[in-house]
Design a protein around this ligand. Structure first.
Ligand SMILES: Cc1ncc(COP(=O)(O)O)c(C=O)c1O
Length: 396
């Protein structure tokens, strides 16, 4: 698989071109293709789509139809997965943070597999979901990822032994181990060291008489079509990442001896490059700041609070369909709200944009399908959340 982003499909381009108003469009054909590529690269891995990346019924149903399950982080997400047609035995509760009530609710829904990382959480699962299966999340450094996800989740190997032994003593099934190497993980090394830690821990657990049935390698697989904060393509080493994961799984099976299943919870990788926002130019303005230097600002109708929450860490590829051959000017790109966070950070590179952009001109924000719907405010400053549509043409 090439590290170059797959070009937007004809169906996605047509949907963006035809959209009369702002919206986010998801290309189900592209999402299916990304899923199938992932399955080809990692045939031993069962996919549990991380709902938080794109809690859209049509996307969840499309992936479920291909055999994917779902990783939910709250009873509401679990309910959505079931409603969208994911069989309950392919759904797990992947959040280590949950209240007694959340656990009881998930149990009532029939979900029987829970992430955990503390003995307190294990005690609560034993009480409110008796007999459930638990997998323990190991802490990782998050190094190499754009969003490290460190600190809040995961425990040390020594604590994992304690957590899984407590689970066994409480009548739960100690079923697995999990990691998350950080979202938009840019290095294969991160998986390498996580897989080494997992192998060491599986061996320790085996000596304690705990034989797990699965390892969950979490999310973190990257989107392919982002630009970094300065506008350079990120170009993650996806082929190397897959090769390291395959080799690590082979080693884990060897260490474990008994049958071992593998699960992953990709979110971003499946949907980011196959969703795009059709927005508008609010205004291209040139003004002098306190330093007296002239600066162009391109204000768009979408920004941090309505679709581009992650604009502090990445830049998106922009396409101006009504300006095929423009003269460019360097501009700071910002959203429409009356909030200064709603812009690419000031130390971030400027973006080359057509000089003659006018208010109302359409703009396509590409590779913006992950964490767009889920991180959208409920109309901050009176700017409505973006509606979504889906295209469902298979690619030729
Ligand atoms: C437990 C868990 N699994 C999976 C994911 C999805 O991660 P990504 O979108 O990087 O694949 C997340 C993201 O925060 C997560 O917290």
């Amino acid at each position: 698989m090439s590290a170059t982003p797959i070009p937007e499909s004809a169906a996605l381009r047509a949907a963006l071109a035809a959209a009369p108003e702002d919206r986010i469009v998801f290309d189900l054909g592209g999402i299916e293709e990304r899923y199938e590529t992932l399955r080809r690269e990692l045939p031993d891995v069962l996919v549990r789509f991380a709902l938080k990346a794109c809690p859209v019924d049509e996307v969840i149903a499309c992936l479920a139809h291909l055999g994917a399950g779902a990783d939910g982080a709250s009873p509401r997400e679990l309910e959505q997965a079931l409603r969208a047609g994911v069989p309950v035995d392919r759904v797990h509760y992947g959040n280590t943070v949950k209240s007694d009530r959340d656990i009881a609710e998930a149990h009532r829904l029939g979900v029987d597999t829970f992430a955990t990382d503390s003995v307190e959480d294990v005690a609560a699962i034993a009480e409110h979901a008796p007999g459930a299966r638990v997998f323990c999340r190991l802490a990782t450094t998050g190094e190499g990822a754009l969003w490290g996800l460190t600190g809040k989740f995961g425990c040390s190997p020594a604590d994992a032994v304690r957590v899984l032994e407590t689970a066994r003593e409480s009548g739960l099934t100690p079923a697995g181990l999990s990691v998350h190497v950080g979202s938009q993980q840019m290095t294969a090394d991160a998986w390498h060291s996580a897989l080494e830690d997992l192998a060491d821990l599986l061996a320790v657990l085996g000596r304690r008489g705990i034989t797990l049935d699965h390892v969950n390698l979490g999310g973190g697989l990257p989107a392919l079509g982002y630009l970094d904060r300065y506008g350079t393509p990120l170009d993650p080493p996806i082929d190397k990442i897959f090769a390291v994961i395959r080799e690590g799984m082979r080693h884990l099976k060897e260490v474990h001896g008994a049958h071992l299943r593998f699960v992953m919870e990709p979110g971003r990788h499946l949907v980011a490059d196959h969703g795009a926002i059709r927005a508008r130019v609010t205004r291209l303005a040139e003004r002098r700041g306190p330093d007296g230097e002239p600066q162009y600002w391109l204000y768009l109708s979408c920004g941090k609070f309505n679709g581009l929450y992650e604009m502090d860490a990445v830049q998106y590829r922009l396409h101006f369909p009504t300006h095929p051959d423009p003269t460019h000017v360097p501009a700071v790109v910002a959203g429409p709200t009356c909030d200064s966070d709603d812009a690419y950070p000031s130390d971030q590179g400027l973006v080359r944009v057509p000089k003659d952009l006018a208010s109302g001109d359409p703009v396509w924000v590409l590779s913006s399908g992950a964490y767009a719907i889920s991180y959208m405010t409920q109309g901050f400053n009176g700017f409505d959340p973006l509606p979504y549509t889906v295209t469902n043409e298979r690619r030729p």
